[in-house]
Design a protein around this ligand. Sequence first.
Ligand SMILES: *[C@@H]1O[C@H](CO)[C@@H](O)[C@H](O)[C@H]1NC(C)=O
Ligand SMILES: *[C@@H]1O[C@H](CO)[C@@H](O)[C@H](O)[C@H]1NC(C)=O
Ligand SMILES: *[C@@H]1O[C@H](CO)[C@@H](O)[C@H](O)[C@H]1NC(C)=O
Length: 375
Amino acid sequence: MPLISISFFICVSLSFSGATTGLTFNNIKVIVSNGQLEVASKRISCNNLLEGLQISETDYDSIQIGEYIGTKQTDLDKINGNSGTLSVLHKQSLTGLNLSSLRISYTDLEQIEPEAIKDVIKLKKLAIEQNLLKEVKKGVFNGLPILTLLLSSNEIQVVEPGSFEGMSELIIIRLAYNKLTELTKNFLSNLPKLQLVDLSWNNIDKIENGAFENLPDLKVLFLERNWIKEVGDRFLGHLPNLRELSLSFNKMQEFHSNFVTGTNNLRHLYIDNNEITEVSPGFLGNNHNLEFLDMSFNNIKEINNGTFSNFNIIELDLSHNLIQHIERRAFTNLPKLNMLILSYNNVDKLDPAILSEIPANATINFRKNIDVLDR
Ligand SMILES: *[C@@H]1O[C@H](CO)[C@@H](O)[C@H](O)[C@H]1NC(C)=O
Ligand SMILES: *[C@@H]1O[C@H](CO)[C@@H](O)[C@H](O)[C@H]1NC(C)=O
Ligand SMILES: *[C@@H]1O[C@H](CO)[C@@H](O)[C@H](O)[C@H]1NC(C)=O
């Protein structure tokens, strides 16, 4: 692995991995194979943009920063700011790059101006994590052909409406560990290929109806570890492929009856560690293929007839609630039930009639209730 260092330039370091790589630096073409590459330029200091620009991952052959260095000198100065740290990515800072993966991490980056990352040819994965980004502005990401957009671990409080519009290739978006407080209508909408959304570990306390709208391929939605007290009765709009929804560790006390109407294919639903007091028949909508339902660590007091009937549930966890009463037909017609967890509740006696509704080979965990059940 050659280490190239051009002596009259000041050091800038880029980390590389991948196949043989060509780098055009202001008309100097540098070919490297796997490993570290150090390139230097008088016009970029060590604390400049490239300090925080780690180009890793494979899948590219050529990176051209030449134009950028050669003709966008002033932009670079602006990026650099006076402090020598990267705090703003200005308009058209990253034009003319030809790479598939771009990572900016552990910098002081606070702001990305619209069109900063314009025309990064072939960019598939963009990771701007572990920075100080405060806002996502419309015009930064729109229209970029990115597949994976990683924005976790910043300080993002605001996402301007429409910020992700037109990202027709987007498959994964992660915004975990930020400071978002509210998801408004169309927060994510009309993204035909989107499959995974991670919004965990934010300060979200409210989700408006239609926040997730028309995401025909969305499979996984993580909303755990927020402050969600309430979700709109139709906060999930047309998500026919949603398989997994996590609302664990929030502050929900109740559901609207249409809480999951936009979905009919959920397999895994996690609502554990909330403050739910009541569940009523129908709250799971048409998700009859639901397999795993975790409602442990809530404040549910009672389970009524029909609440969990006619589902393909395999495992149902209702442990660590305040359940005192279970109606006889609470768990009827659960042909696939394998595990029913009722431990840590206040049921003083489990009516044998309830048990007769449950498949004979299913395991029931009834520890730490008043009754002790031999089964
Ligand atoms: C981008 O890099 C590829 C090689 O991976 C090259 O074939 C293509 O011409 C480059 N595109 C531009 C616009 O430089
Ligand atoms: C629940 O079902 C049982 C058995 O069919 C019935 O006796 C009971 O009255 C029902 N409870 C209510 C509130 O309808
Ligand atoms: C219980 O029995 C049913 C058929 O009676 C079977 O389909 C299912 O796989 C069994 N479950 C377990 C956990 O053995």
